[in-house]
Design a protein around this ligand. Structure first.
Ligand code: MF3
Ligand code: CO
Ligand code: CO
Length: 255
């Protein structure tokens, strides 16, 4: 997949897709409660995306993925498949939403706590969120991809968490995953230069233990090898003439 530069009309379509993606996350938040299953969360999101938004849940049947959203609990790093397991007080869950509206994709994920979080979960979630925003703030025309990864990695490791290497952010537009790959580690002043009109995700995964992951036999679920806690947040970003625009801000965060 090549890098695509979006013209103003395409940027407007990316804005709409991004806003709808954030709306799904805003909608599902209050449903994250002890006793609810991730399958129920999937069904609620599916119905909202298809019925209210007249949009398409991009994960459904994407390379054989069986559900409409990804739900990754505790030591699951990413790509958890919704199922009949009930959420329990103290769980931490990442819900990752990707929708297609008018042929353009929006992609965002957030951490939600089920009841009161543990001290470690709260800190990992906060540091992961801060790491995402440090990466976002490195975005402007003329900056380079490595600057984003460097900001995230140096901050995360100073906080004594590790950064997952096997999965990365990605260009996004008419396709779910376009070039470039947006690594969450790396060297400042390296990699391709950012250009106005690029759209890509930043979606760092931080582990409380070692960075290594393994793929479960279902072919999708990624977990930490040492079973330590993992957290992820994701936004879709547009490179503007002088900085960045976050296309997937929740209603409460919009200017
Ligand atoms: N939304 C994920 C991402 O941020 C990709 C999920 S692929 C799926 O790139 F097939 F698992 F949905
Ligand atoms: Co993504
Ligand atoms: Co995503």
């Amino acid at each position: 997949m090549p890098i695509t530069i979006k013209n103003p009309i395409e940027q407007e379509k990316m804005r709409l897709a991004g806003r709808l993606t954030a709306d799904v996350l805003d909608m599902i938040g209050p449903h994250v409660q002890p006793g609810v299953t991730t399958l129920e969360l999937d069904q609620i999101c599916h119905d909202f995306i298809v019925g209210q938004q007249q949009a398409i849940p991009a994960p459904l049947n994407y390379r054989g993925f069986p559900k409409s959203i990804c739900t990754s609990i505790n030591h699951v790093v990413c790509h958890g498949i919704p199922g009949d397991k009930k959420l329990r007080t103290g769980d931490m869950i990442n819900i990752d939403i990707t929708i297609i509206k008018d042929s353009y994709h929006g992609d965002s994920s957030r951490i939600f706590f089920v009841g009161k979080p543990t001290v470690q979960a709260e800190r990992l979630a906060r540091v992961s969120h801060d790491a995402l925003w440090l990466g976002i703030q490195a975005v402007r025309p003329g900056a380079r991809l490595g600057d984003i990864g460097h900001c995230i990695q140096s901050f995360a490791e100073a906080e004594r968490f590790s950064v997952v290497r096997e999965y990365c952010g990605h260009g996004i537009g008419r396709s779910f995953h376009e070039d470039p790959q947006v690594l969450h580690y790396g060297k400042a002043n390296s990699g391709i230069e950012l250009v106005e009109g690029m759209t890509f995700t930043i979606e760092p995964m931080l582990n409380a233990g070692k960075r290594h992951v393994k793929l479960l036999k279902d072919g999708w679920t990624v977990v930490t090898k040492d079973h330590s806690l993992s957290a992820q947040w994701e936004h879709t970003i547009l490179v503007t003439h002088d900085s960045y625009e976050v296309l997937t801000l929740g209603a409460a965060e919009r200017p």
